[in-house]
Write a protein that binds this ligand. Structure first.
Ligand code: NAP
Length: 305
């Protein structure tokens, strides 16, 4: 099992020390502004965790929690004011936004030099050109996980299942940049198992509980499960978790659900060389990379870095 939490802690400790040094030597304290619109409970938890991580690492943070009724123009105005403030280094607008707000407009409103999520077209383009500045946090964290665990990427057959802007596409770009031979699959891929079975490194980000199983996995492959799905069906839990089913059923009874990734955990454990657990695999790395991007933004905006 690849321990995402351990790698995330290591990255966060490095960021904490670098933040301390920046503040001692230069009097600069990095600042992240997090913006959330509406009352989606999952978004509230995500933002809270990001703010908490800032506090732990000595990064200043601001939490702008706006009501669901906020108009697109009001949000653009807030982003513009954060862009213009010299004391704000990173801007994060938590997605998804309510339906009446066009996410693309908001993403493009963020100054690319403060775009710590790496979603602005300028940063997406730079990554595609092999000249990354800010890279989306989840795929950046997965590369860190592979590197920290000495899993060779150069020359490997890598397959990414899912082509979202947040995970799949940037993941494929990063693997390519690390000299893997990359295949991208999606919902229209013909004979998915035949393609994924060729992969030495298989990254799955599709949002389909346990869909990737024995037929999809080459024996010995490294399987990275990005999915985070809540399930509460007892039969489904028994079918997916094998020996661990009893523990997961207890969790489900206490919380009302248990988390499963996009990979069938019991089947993958029997075949994969390395596997990320859910939870505790990819998740913790996302926040660690956000902290790392915020530090980078604080340095980049000052021309002598
Ligand atoms: P998304 O935007 O919904 O994209 C899903 C992708 O999967 C699409 O490209 C879709 O193909 C593809 N897909 C769907 N069903 C498929 C199938 N049966 N076979 C092959 N491809 C299929 O999802 P996302 O935002 O990338 O998120 C994916 C998962 O990762 C979710 O469970 C999410 O909660 C999780 N996630 C976790 C973290 C973390 O920090 N751990 C961060 C981000 C996301 P088409 O393009 O053809 O529709």
């Amino acid at each position: 099992m690849l321990d995402g939490g351990a790698v995330a802690s290591q990255i966060q400790e490095e960021v904490r020390l670098a933040v301390l040094a920046l503040s001692k030597e230069r009097g600069i304290v990095p600042c992240l502004a997090a913006v959330r619109v509406g009352d989606d409970p999952a978004s509230a938890v995500y933002v809270r965790n990001k703010i908490k991580a800032c506090e732990e690492l000595g990064i200043r943070s601001e939490h702008h929690a706006l009501p669901h009724s906020t108009s697109q123009q009001m949000l653009v105005d807030l982003v513009a004011s954060l862009n213009s403030r010299d004391d704000v280094d990173g801007i994060l607008v938590q997605l998804p936004l309510p339906d009446h707000i066009d996410e693309a407009v908001i993403i493009e409103a963020v100054n690319p030099l403060k775009d710590v999520d790496g979603f602005h077209p300028m940063n997406v383009g730079r990554l595609a050109m092999g000249q990354p500045v800010f890279v989306p946090c989840t795929p950046a964290g997965i590369i860190e996980l592979l590197v920290h665990n000495n899993i060779p990427i150069r020359g490997a057959n890598a397959c990414v299942v899912g082509r979202s802007q947040i995970v799949g596409r940037p993941m494929a770009q990063l693997l390519l940049q690390s000299d893997a031979t990359v295949t991208i699959c999606h919902s229209r891929t013909r004979d998915l198992p035949a393609v994924t079975r060729e992969a030495d490194i298989l990254v799955v980000a599709i949002g389909r509980p346990g869909l990737i199983g024995s037929p999809h996995i080459k024996p010995g492959a490294t399987v990275i499960d990005v999915g985070m799905n809540k399930i509460s069906d007892e039969a489904e839990i028994r079918a997916l978790f094998g020996d661990e089913a009893r523990k997961r059923l207890e969790i489900m009874q206490n919380r009302g659900y248990t988390l499963v990734g996009d990979v069938n955990p019991a089947e993958a454990a029997a075949l994969a060389g390395h596997l990320t657990p859910v939870p505790g695999g990819v998740g913790p790395l996302t926040i660690a990379m956000l902290m790392s991007n915020t530090l980078k933004a604080a340095k980049l905006r000052r021309s002598d870095y």
